[in-house]
Design a binder for this molecule. Sequence first.
Ligand code: SF4
Length: 341
Amino acid sequence: MPTERTHADACPGAIDVHPAADGGLARIRIPGGSLTKVQFRAVVTASADLGDGQLELTSRANFQIRGLADGAQFELGDRMAAAGLLPSLTHERVRNIIAAPLSDDTQTVVDELDAVLCATPELADLPGRFLVTVGAPVAGLGGDIGLIGDALLLAGQDTGLRPANPVAAVIEAARIFAAERGSAWRLAEVPEVVTRIIAALGTPTAERITVSTSPPLPGPAGDRFVVGAPLGRLDARQAAALADFPVRLTPWRSLVVPGAPDLTGLGLITDPDSPWHGVTACTGRPGCAKSLADVRADARNWLGTPHTRPVHWSGCARRCGRPSGDVIEFVATGDDYEETS
Ligand code: SF4
């Protein structure tokens, strides 16, 4: 039997905002992470006009705007639709597709996938937690369905299937999951569904690819530049400075911009030796009512302490935003932090 739940997932959208302690929280989904300069400016301006001026980067390469007043989400929705960032009201929350950020080919596949997804009515009810990955560097980030070239991945593992039309295969796999999922949110929660999808799509013949992740380091990357957002958030000044560029968001809370821009003096992460590199934090106080501490301020004060592995700060035991893998954690306990390593 699929996992039974009594509530739907609460993933926010651009209009269906989450009521956070610091106001409405809207998520602008950017399948594949690519934004033109005009689109990026529309997001930056909307945050300045309607939110708190900051931009959060999520682990699914989306933007979040915080601090929205009651009702401001409708103007936000209008602005995002005008910028081409809200192509479907029915499918908005299921457009969860991340892609290898340094490959233009992956964005082409994502665009095709997104268009077919939005045109398939029965996929509108996929859960907001459902995730598709495109490309080897993001294949290990917990996708339900994935592609590496023509290799089809299910529940994070290569199936050995190499469909002639990989986009059609992803859509068919999503259809089968949608039909069988009950109240399950993720493919791995439905017993034997991977076996049934494979049987429906063909016979696995290829040698299995070992799945991994490969985040780009901050700094030059060929004819592009990778910029990290400290603690996953751009302040208004940083967002305004970057809005001069088309950008591609990465699932590691960084952005890829063209060329070799001069970003000095902005407090962004522009090389791997930055003390911010590898340090993440949840929202914490004052944005999250559950938080036991202002984790972002405490992480700032801690900065400069030597560390050899990624570090994550959490305001409570939920550990939102914790990166996968081997991580040093600071979890607020009320009067201090529990450190786990
Ligand atoms: S980890 Fe806890 S405090 Fe932090 S954002 Fe999640 S629920 Fe809030």
